[in-house]
Design a protein around this ligand. Sequence first.
Ligand SMILES: *Cc1c(COP(=O)(O)O)cnc(C)c1O
Length: 399
Amino acid sequence: MTHPLQFLEDERAELVAQGAFRLARVLDGAQDPVCRVDGREVVNLSSNNYLALANHPRLRDAAIRAVETCGAGSASVRTIAGTMAAHVELEQHLARFKHTEAAVVFQSGFTSNAGTVGAILGKEDVIVSDALNHASIIDGCRLSRATIKVYKHADVADLRRVLDEVRGQYRRTLVVTDGVFSMDGDVAPLPDIVEAAEAHGAIIMVDDAHASGVLGHQGRGTVDHFGLHGRVHIQVGTLSKAIGVLGGYVAGPRVLIDMLHQRGRPFLFSTSHPPAVTAAVREAFRILEEDDALLARLWDNTRYFKDGLKALGFDIGVSTTPITPVIVGDTRLAMRLSDRLFEEGVFCVGIGFPTVPRGSERVRAIVSAGHARRDLDKAIEAFGRVGRELDILPSVTRA
Ligand SMILES: *Cc1c(COP(=O)(O)O)cnc(C)c1O
């Protein structure tokens, strides 16, 4: 007898046969730069905990205090009874930090994208989107029912071509890009994108999920990094990566934020953050503003780790950020490399097709400000050993 979900059995079997069915590894305890995963102590190069804030004592204390004074949950959406004083204070703080008129916090980076595009565009409009934009941008664009045109990744000439093609045919035009691309770690050519978009009177939206807390003064993101304040209309980002907690934000002109309060569906129809989340995020921004030490260590560690892998002879792509792909060009080999590294005490996720194009399958490493030199040395050494074992590197390295 088959049952109505039999097709899922078949699809799962297909994934297993392709070696593409993966079960998540399980963390015992906190998300730390060195932590226990599946019962093994590992150097953690898989998380987005760039600044090691996820288990920072000050964030923990802020969260505990918030629970004690304001409880465990908010029990309402923002527009009914779920706007707490701490939510408003965080948003004011974020707007100051981003040098924008206003900001709004959503439940996650994903819902920020899903809620924003549809709140400002409709089916008469066109979106011009980078080919490698994040899934949540793509979903947000689809939800808006606007026409979607894709330009070649980070290719401003192609962006201009698409803008010329759509000129005069739609009500409004939105150009949208990741600030930093999560698979390759490259930074969007934002100054040129802004110039191209301005020439067409287009709205400009940047998703800084991998850039906020990483690039720009005190981690203000790509807009600050490139000195483009006031020229990018919509800055989206996450509070779940470098900021270490959970959430997403949109920063921009007052009128944009006012209208997201009216029309941003996750804001209207999904419960707001618990007080502990909001308080811990606020504390993270205080830390960023007080002291550059974490950011400096992140970039120090990034350079050290990349230099080590490059010296071994690995192809580490074109990244200019802490995201470090180690490209092996085959899904099974990427998964094998990841598994062997794990056995050697290095947790580094394997990424295969279709998440990345065929021929560029990889493991992806992200160092953190919290890694000590000996952690990075251990990781580099393991990469060398396993790389030779799997014939990714020549078996005898040049002296
Ligand atoms: C991770 C990521 C998101 C999602 O953020 P969450 O807070 O985890 O939902 C959105 N956009 C980009 C570009 C990302 O890398």
